[in-house]
Design a binder for this molecule. Structure first.
Ligand SMILES: *[C@@H]1O[C@H](CO)[C@@H](O)[C@H](O)[C@H]1NC(C)=O
Ligand SMILES: *[C@@H]1O[C@H](CO)[C@@H](O)[C@H](O)[C@H]1NC(C)=O
Ligand SMILES: *[C@@H]1O[C@H](CO)[C@@H](O)[C@H](O)[C@H]1NC(C)=O
Ligand SMILES: *[C@@H]1O[C@H](CO)[C@@H](O)[C@H](O)[C@H]1NC(C)=O
Length: 399
């Protein structure tokens, strides 16, 4: 009898501890928000009538990511699943809160009662850094896109799941979509997610028409970077400037035009950006990333595969036990996971043919919308997207 009571007591303790770690108790969050005057909440959201909190999320390989929680207290409801927004390459989560609130998908979701979580990869402007490495260390930049799949995405999705105890509605833009496609081939990770929205999605890259990206790739500039020992890729570093200049020269575009128009030269002719914000788009869409991350995209453009980083024959055998890097097999995504895909007809990175290719390999239900005159960045920045694109997203999530 006494022994039985002890078991009941132990079981009770176990359940209690578990439910505390398991997170939502009423509306009390268990991980504490952190102050961050340089964070997205302070810089972009504050003063617009919404609640915004910053969280620090460690990855298994030592990075300290920042994640924001954006809500509208007047309408927030526990009846809805949390939404997770994941940004593209060379930007951070600010892309979701840049435009006027009425134009932005993040605020539209918060104003519809959703708890909105904004993810940021390891080296964005808002990162809390690394447990061991400093920003100036080569090791801080020695990572590939595979590491975003293997570490950053699981860390953030497990965090949101633990804070909300609900399945997640995933929305990825560009590289954020690409990371989701690869990540959800892992059943355990996919089990945290209920629906997926991919905006300007990239995966297969062999039809990329972006002149600047094509030229840089054809010139093997990615290999040149690594050969020079430049692990950090940013357009304001002098070696990188030199390399960008040579790509512009090859295209016979004046350096001035190249820099002024860089986002259109890289992503395609965006139709519907707010002209008076272009300077900001340029600034925040050229955040530093790893040269190896850029290099992996260049590899995928050259190979036409959706696969891991290519370390060349010897390196591949050492790392993967095979001469070729293994593919991310999209057929492993659960058939029960529904997708909404919205892409642009003028997108030079997420080319229409490449989008068709990835759609053809998704095992479950896929709804596809083509925005004929949108290019890559229009999908998050177009001043018209709240009228012509985002209602499709809200409808898909509500269904
Ligand atoms: C770009 O890289 C250089 C050094 O490589 C660094 O000094 C600079 O702060 C970086 N700029 C940005 C915007 O990250
Ligand atoms: C490069 O552009 C200039 C000015 O637009 C033009 O005069 C010149 O012929 C072009 N060169 C090539 C090789 O296309
Ligand atoms: C464009 O951006 C400016 C400056 O941020 C803002 O005042 C204006 O309302 C925006 N216009 C549209 C149509 O989004
Ligand atoms: C985009 O296309 C729609 C038709 O699908 C048209 O009504 C709209 O005017 C176009 N916008 C721009 C800026 O080209």
């Amino acid at each position: 009898m006494g022994l039985n009571m002890m078991w009941v007591f132990l079981l009770f303790c176990f359940l209690t501890v578990n439910s505390i770690h398991g997170d939502h108790i009423g509306s009390t969050l268990t991980a504490h928000p952190v102050e961050n005057p340089q964070g997205i909440c302070a810089l972009f959201v504050s003063g617009k009538g919404h609640d915004c909190q910053e969280f620090m999320v460690p990855t298994e390989d030592g990075f300290l990511l920042s994640v924001q929680r954006l809500t509208n207290a007047k309408v927030l409801t526990t009846d809805k699943e949390p939404v997770f927004l994941y940004h593209g390459i060379m930007q951070g989560g600010e892309g979701w809160v840049f435009n006027e609130p009425y134009q932005s998908l993040s605020y539209m979701l918060a104003d519809s009662g959703y708890e909105v979580w904004i993810g940021n990869t390891r080296t964005t402007l808002y990162t809390f850094g690394h447990k061991t490495y400093k920003r100036s260390d080569d090791a801080f930049w020695d990572w590939t896109w595979d590491d975003l799949v293997a570490y950053d995405l699981p860390a953030m999705l497990h965090f949101v799941n633990s804070m909300t105890a609900k399945p997640i509605l995933y929305i990825g833009f560009s590289q954020g979509a690409m990371t989701g496609f690869a990540g959800f081939t892992d059943r355990k990770l996919a089990s945290l997610v209920k629906k997926v929205v991919m905006l300007s999605p990239v995966a297969y890259l062999d039809h990329v028409t972006s002149p600047l990206s094509r030229t840089a790739t054809a010139l093997y500039l990615d290999k040149m970077y690594l050969a020079l020992g430049v692990y950090e890729y940013n357009t304001t570093n002098s070696q990188n400037e030199h390399i960008l200049d040579s790509a512009c020269q090859t295209l016979n575009i004046s350096i001035g035009t190249c820099y002024d128009d860089i986002i259109n030269l890289i992503t395609g002719p965006n139709c519907c950006l707010n002209e008076s914000k272009i300077e900001y788009y340029n600034k925040y869409s050229s955040q530093a990333t790893a040269s190896k991350n850029i290099g992996q995209l260049a590899q995928l453009m050259r190979s036409g595969r959706f696969c891991k980083y290519d370390y060349d024959l010897t390196g591949n055998v050492e790392k993967y036990g095979s001469p070729e890097p293994p593919s991310y097999d999209l057929s492993l995504i659960p058939v029960t996971l529904p997708f909404l895909i919205i892409h642009g007809g003028n997108d030079m990175l997420a080319d229409v043919e490449d989008v068709k290719h990835v759609v053809s390999e998704l095992p479950g239900k896929v709804e596809v919308h083509l925005m004929a005159n949108y290019s890559h960045l229009d999908m998050i920045y177009a001043t018209s997207a709240h009228v012509d694109a985002y209602p499709l997203v809200l409808k898909f999530l509500e269904k």
